[in-house]
Every structure is written in C-alpha cells, then in structure tokens.
Design a protein around this ligand. Structure first.
Ligand SMILES: Cc1cc2nc3c(=O)[nH]c(=O)nc-3n(C[C@H](O)[C@H](O)[C@H](O)COP(=O)(O)OP(=O)(O)OC[C@H]3O[C@@H](n4cnc5c(N)ncnc54)[C@H](O)[C@@H]3O)c2cc1C
Length: 563
C-alpha cells in the first residue's frame, strides 16, 4: 500500500478515536477537553495568524441578542475580515418569527444618537426605519388640557418610534441577509442562553453539555446580565484568594500590574478592579397593544395622567384612587403601544384584578382623552406580569484583565430604565464606539490581512472611552429626582434659559454660537443632539450634586466618586 495511504488511514483512525472519546465523555469532561484543545490550538494559531489568511477566525461570543448585541455584531462583521467570527446567544425567541405580545414588547424612540449609530452600517438605517414611524412630537395631557412638550425641529432629523421587537427583527434580518444565520462568519442562535460563563478560559457553557469558546466575550444581556455577574464573581474570587494567601499568585499579580500599566496610559485610572451596583426603579408597568385612539394625534407620543381605579385597602382607611399614566407610542400601521404605569408603592389592585370589560371601563373613566380600549387588548394586558426596570452602575465596561477578556455594552453596563429615552440610543453608541476602535486598529495596522486582533487592548480602549458616557447617563438620570425646592428651581432655570436662548443677540452672548442647543432643556440636549452625555452632565454638575446629596444611599455610591 502506498505510504501516503497508510498515513491517511492512520490519521483517520486517530481522528475517529479522538472524536469517539470526546463524544463519550460526560458533558463536563467534554467541555474541559474542549478548552484544553482550544488552548493548545490557540498557541499554534498565535504564530499562524501573524502571516497567513488560512488561520481559523478569532471568535467573539455575544450573550444577548437585543438591540445592543445585534448591532454590535453588525459592526464587528462589517469592520473585520474573515479573520473574525461572531456567535450570538439570545435567550428569547427569534423576533422574525415571534408574534406574541408581552410586557417587554414596548415601543421606544431612536433619536439622532441611535440614528447616527445605526447609520454607521450601510443601508441598515433604511431597513430599521421601514419598521417604525418618524416623529418628534410629544404631547402631555394633564388636568383635561394638552401641552406640547416637544415638536419637530427643522434642522434635526426626527426620532424613530419603533417597537423593541421590531427593531431587533430588522437588525437580525439584515444580519442574516448579509452573513447567513449559521456556518459562515455569523452564528445566530435564539432560545439559547448560556448557563454559566468561565471568563478565565473564555468559555460559555450551554445546555446539554455543549459549550462555546471565544477570544472575546461580550455581555449584551441587559439589566440582569450574567456576564456582568460572572465578572463580579471572578473578581471576588481573586480578592478572596489574595486575602487567604496574603499574596497573589505571581502570574496573576503580573497580569494585574500589566493591566494597570496599560489602563493608566489610557485614562490615568486603574481598571483592574470592577464594581457594580444595581437598584430597582419604583415604576411598574404593563403593555397594552391596540389601535391608536382616534381622539389622539396619530403622529405624536402622548403622556396622559389620570387614575387607574382603586388601590389597596389600608388599615382603617378607605381605598383611594391610584394615580398612574398612559404613555402612548403610535406605530406606523395605525396601532399603538401603551405603557400603563404606576408606582410600586400604590398598585392599581382593582384594575389588575378586573375582567376585560371592567378594565376597559376603568381606563375609559380614568383617561378620557384616551377613550375605551378594545376588550381583546385588555385581555392581553391582564395576562401579563408587572414589569419593572433597574438602574445599573458599573465602575468599568470591561472585565479586569486578570479575570478574562470581556466587555459589557448597553443595559448590561449602564441601564437607566425608560425614563430618559436614552437606553437603546446609548447602547447603539457603545456599538458605534466599538466599530470606530476597530477602524482605528485597522488604520494602525493592528488587524486585517490575517493579523489577529488584540481583544484585551480593544476592550481596554473601549472601556476607557465609553465608561464615562455610561456614568454621565446615570448622573443625568439623578436630576429627575431633585428634592424640593431644587426641583422647582431647576424647572425655572430650564425655562429661563430656553427663553433667553431664543432672543437673537442675548442668546448668542450668553450661550455662544450654539445658543439653541445649550439653551434647550436637558431632555432635548440628550435627544436632539450628538453632544456626548459626559459634556451634557458637566453642564448640570451643580444639579447632579444636589440630587445625589438627597438620594444618599439610593444612588449608586460610585457615581459620587465620578463627579
Ligand atoms: C418601558 C421602557 C421604555 C423605554 N424607552 C426607551 C426609549 O424611548 N428610547 C431608548 O433609547 N431606550 C428606551 N428604553 C431602554 C431600552 O429599551 C434599553 O436600554 C435597550 O433595549 C437596551 O438594549 P440592550 O440590548 O442593551 O438590552 P436588552 O434590550 O435588555 O436586551 C438584552 C437581551 O439579552 C437577552 N438575554 C438576557 N439574559 C440572557 C442570557 N443569560 N443569555 C442569552 N440572552 C440573554 C434578553 O432576552 C434580551 O433580548 C426603554 C426601556 C423601557 C423599560
């Protein structure tokens, strides 16, 4: 038999016996074998990547296929060549096939920030815009009257009102159209959630003993991020180890020092530690999907205040009506998404335990401008669970180098709930910043043409750039809970500045060339400009301090240190 055939047969046997042993192993063992082979593999690759285009791709695993995870995948695949592959693991169903309506399927507004970030990928904004309705009109209904809080500006592109699910659907559809769902550079899985994350080895453990290895793990998994919690756990473990032995293992110590040296070059701050704080916001809501009431302008967002029926019976006291709100966001197909919201401390007991017909009566009585919803829509609301949002503060948007290579984006790193209308927009900006860094690395010859990316360095530069933006977003959120009399003073301050900015000569004298922008309210600066959040927060420093003083332990303690 020719010698090459013997060699071929021999190597086939080796492969088969290896594969058989791998498949027979118990799930845990199988995972561990996977890791060790990956390690051996990657050390061989390290050399290969420098010079050839045949090297297997570096892998990015994104946990969470919400707006942030899907947009980041677009950026990574768009800005790198075949040397990088992306896997997305999304716990929820495929938004392209799912037609259920749940409490997390609210609509949101993508302003100029979200628009700029999504437009960074060719044709993506066009695909997203098709799913939404463009409008900047915002009306407040209170005491039976209507006030226009915001209207369309001629020189600013309008916000896009779009369902969160519709946004994910458009992003996923475009991803699959460009890169295929599986087998190429993209692997997009739905109904798939890692059960745990091993940051040190870059492994995500999936169900049925499966696992995925990655050179970079991205936590895009929202306010309850498991990637973030894995970072916290790993850091705590490191700290315990240090306490127990009195000294760190030499290689860990060395790695921490390297991380500190690198980060101090970037920001002057030590990034080798990681802290996170979370708190639950007091608002609760359910989502009502129905036809847009004919009584409301179909091209505006409406905030209606009113009552949601009777509340809880308190000891010795009569039941009292519950104050609440309807936040109505129109959709392009003539329907609307309504957040029926109230405070956790005073739940609308009567409304939530009503029949669909009683539900409609309560809404019709409490919100005359809205009118009567359909019983079908009421039935869907009554079958939902109450939803709530969290505020998330992280001291950094990357894992310390000593524990692994991972970054956090979007709500996983800086959730603010829906009150400022910035969550999805800021998540999109995180993705754009990541894309810009990939461009920068390429321009500096740090990747492309078979050259491997230094993900640790990328993570570090990303965190140095975006962490302060996330912190600024949280600082600006604090202003909404200013104590009396600061809240009143703040209201008049904003109104006064707005008036001054509109007086031609005076406006320019006080605010400079950009009088319209700097004289506008905090909310408009955030939603109708691209000025970094950190710059906006700087101009509200005094008010943020007052708010933080009052909120004391309720506000993330790390925020005070960032001021
Ligand atoms: C009521 C409300 C109104 C809002 N309005 C606006 C608005 O007008 N404008 C705006 O910009 N923002 C708004 N926001 C905020 C915005 O929705 C979020 O900031 C945005 O969705 C964040 O995107 P994300 O991808 O980071 O997180 P998410 O949207 O939370 O997505 C995270 C994804 O990760 C998945 N996931 C979670 N855990 C796992 C796991 N272990 N494994 C796999 N997958 C997992 C989840 O299923 C989810 O799909 C609003 C929020 C709320 C609650």
């Amino acid at each position: 038999m020719p010698r090459f055939l013997v060699a071929l047969l021999f190597s086939c046997c080796l492969c088969l016996s290896g594969a058989a042993a791998f498949l027979q192993a118990k799930p845990r063992e199988r995972s561990i074998r996977g890791i060790s082979s990956r390690r051996r593999f990657s050390s061989v690759l390290a050399g290969q990547r420098q010079g050839t285009s045949l090297a297997p791709p570096q892998k990015v695993a994104i946990v969470g296929g919400g707006p942030a995870g899907l947009l980041l995948a677009h950026y990574i695949l768009d800005k790198t060549d075949n040397s990088v592959a992306v896997s997305i693991f999304e716990r929820g169903p495929d938004p392209r096939k799912d037609d259920s309506i749940s409490g997390r399927q609210y609509s949101l507004g993508l302003n100029v920030r979200g628009r700029a970030a999504i437009s960074g990928i060719e044709d993506l904004w066009k695909a997203v815009a098709k799913e939404g309705l463009e409008s900047d009109n915002f009306l407040l209904h209170v005491f039976g009257r209507k006030f226009r809080l915001r209207s369309q500006k001629a020189d600013v592109p309008p916000s896009l009102l779009i369902g969160r699910k519709a946004l994910c659907k458009a992003l996923a559809t475009e991803l699959v159209r460009k890169y295929g769902q599986r087998g190429g550079r993209l692997d997009l899985s739905f109904d798939s959630a890692p059960s745990s994350v091993d940051l040190g080895n870059g492994v995500l453990y999936l169900s049925k003993g499966k696992f995925a290895v990655a050179d970079l793990i991205v936590g895009a998994d929202g306010m309850n991020s498991i990637v973030r919690e894995a970072i916290v756990e790993a850091v705590e473990k490191q700290e315990k180890k240090t306490e127990a032995t009195g000294e760190e293992e030499p290689d860990t110590e060395q790695r921490v020092r390297e991380a500190m040296r690198f980060s101090s070059k970037e920001t002057g701050k030590v990034l080798s530690e990681f802290r996170r704080e979370t708190s639950t916001l007091s608002g609760r809501w359910r989502v009502l999907h129905d036809n847009m009431p004919t009584s409301l302008d179909a091209d505006a967002v409406h905030l209606l205040t009113g009552t949601l029926g009777q509340g809880r019976e308190k000891e010795g006291k009569k039941k009292t009506p519950v104050s609440g709100g309807l936040f109505v966001i129109p959709a392009r197909d003539g329907t609307c998404s309504v957040l029926v919201n109230w405070r956790e401390s005073n739940p609308p007991v009567e409304l939530l335990s009503s029949t669909p017909s009683e539900f409609c009566d309560i809404i019709e009585t409490g919100f005359k401008a809205f009118g009567r919803p359909s019983e079908e829509a009421a039935k869907r609301v009554l079958s939902q669970r109450n939803q709530f949002a969290q505020v998330v503060y992280c001291s950094s948007m990357m894992a310390p180098q000593a524990v692994g290579t991972a970054v956090l984006i979007g709500d996983a790193a800086h959730a603010t709930g829906g009150s400022q209308g910035q969550g999805a927009n800021s998540a999109a900006l995180d993705c754009m910043a990541f894309g810009e860094l990939l461009d920068k690395f390429r321009a500096e010859g740090l990747h492309g043409s078979g050259k491997g990316l230094d993900f640790q360095r990328l993570a570090s530069e990303f965190s140095a750039r975006q962490t302060k933006e996330g912190h600024a977003l949280l600082q600006l959120l604090q202003v909404e809970s200013l104590p009396f009399p600061w809240s009143i003073l703040f209201f008049f301050r904003e109104a006064f500045r707005s008036v001054i900015s509109k007086v031609p000569v005076l406006g320019k004298a006080v605010f400079g060339r950009d009088a319209a922008l700097w004289g506008s309210s905090k909310q408009l600066k955030m939603s109708q400009s691209l000025v970094p959040y950190s710059e906006i927060a700087e101009s509200y420093r005094f008010w943020i301090r007052r708010a933080l003083e009052r909120r004391g332990s309720q506000a993330p303690s790390g925020l005070k240190q960032t001021l």
